[in-house]
Design a protein around this ligand. Structure first.
Ligand code: ATP
Ligand code: MG
Length: 273
């Protein structure tokens, strides 16, 4: 999308606006909220993600590629992989998550912190509209409860997360990530905050914006799916999440002075005309 967009308040966002991409994403989440896909708290969670994306210059850093590659290898090795989808994911990148699910042969499951029937159905429709052939998690007949969590947050699909060995949880809450791990699942998280409980609890944490991570992971999957199993196992075995999270923390902080110089120069140029 490159044409001028009108936001919520009918203010135009021209494509050459320095915050164009970020504003566009914000509009997608707001639109998702209006369509009952995103929960009110999802708007706040998006803002937290935006802040961390600022710190990595809104570009995929080197360490994230390493994390993405290992995550794809683990998903390709899984017997029952599953991709959990919440409101923010469905609002931000429905096509990308559907394409990735097809490439690694992992079904999609609606998995919600603030679960309502309306939101389940809205997310399922958004994914079907984006090309999904099947979406788990919204059919009461197959919903089961896991005891590690309380209330509506404990519901999972018996055909999906419940029996999965590897679970991809983008933008997940810490309690639920920890519960999945306690249930013996291998957990892959996509989370821009390397300090979140989700990031620290997952076996593989991808510290990148989901809108960049998923298309990159689809590319990795296209290359890796023809590799021998031993090669995928080697990738997973040699991966150390603590080491990669440290790289992310160090990378984020080390590049801040350069990022500051670039941004300062960009804004200063405006006043030199
Ligand atoms: P935790 O519960 O894991 O301790 P938290 O309570 O700080 O984390 P939550 O709201 O539970 O945060 O989870 C949302 C997470 O998703 C946040 O860590 C946020 O940084 C991250 N996030 C938001 N938007 C994106 C995005 N577009 N791409 C990747 N991560 C994102
Ligand atoms: Mg949380």
């Amino acid at each position: 999308m490159t044409q001028t967009q009108r936001n919520e308040d009918h203010i135009e966002i021209p494509p050459d606006h320095p915050r164009y991409q970020s504003l566009l994403l914000r509009e997608k989440v707001i639109e998702g909220y209006k369509r009952h896909i995103v929960a009110l708290a999802g708007l706040v969670a998006h803002g937290r993600g935006e802040a961390f994306d600022y710190l990595i210059g809104e570009k995929t850093p080197k360490w994230a590629l390493e994390q993405e590659k290992a995550a794809v290898a683990l998903l390709l090795l899984a017997e029952h992989p599953i991709i959990s989808v919440n409101g923010n994911v469905a609002a931000l990148c429905p096509e990308a998550v559907v394409e990735f699910s097809k490439t690694v042969n992992a079904p999609l499951e609606v998995n919600l912190f603030y679960r309502t029937r309306q939101r389940e159905e809205a997310i399922k429709s958004a994914l079907l509209d984006a090309g999904a052939t099947e979406v788990l998690g919204a059919d009461p007949e197959h919903q089961v409860k896991i005891r590690e969590l309380s209330h509506a947050r404990r519901i999972v699909d018996s055909r999906g997360i419940y029996r999965a060995d590897v679970v991809l949880v983008p933008l997940e809450d810490g309690d639920r990530t920890q519960a999945l791990r306690l249930l013996g699942k291998k957990v892959i998280a996509i989370d821009l905050n390397p300090l979140s409980r989700t990031a620290l609890a997952a076996h593989i944490t991808i510290v990148n914006n989901i809108i960049r991570a998923l298309p990159e992971m689809t590319q990795f999957a296209q290359k890796l799916r023809d590799q021998p199993k031993e090669e995928l196992e080697r990738l997973v075995k040699s991966y150390d999440n603590k080491k990669l999270l440290k790289k992310a923390i160090k990378g984020m902080t080390a590049q801040l002075p350069t990022l500051f110089e670039e941004k300062f120069a960009e804004v200063s140029r405006l006043f030199q005309r």
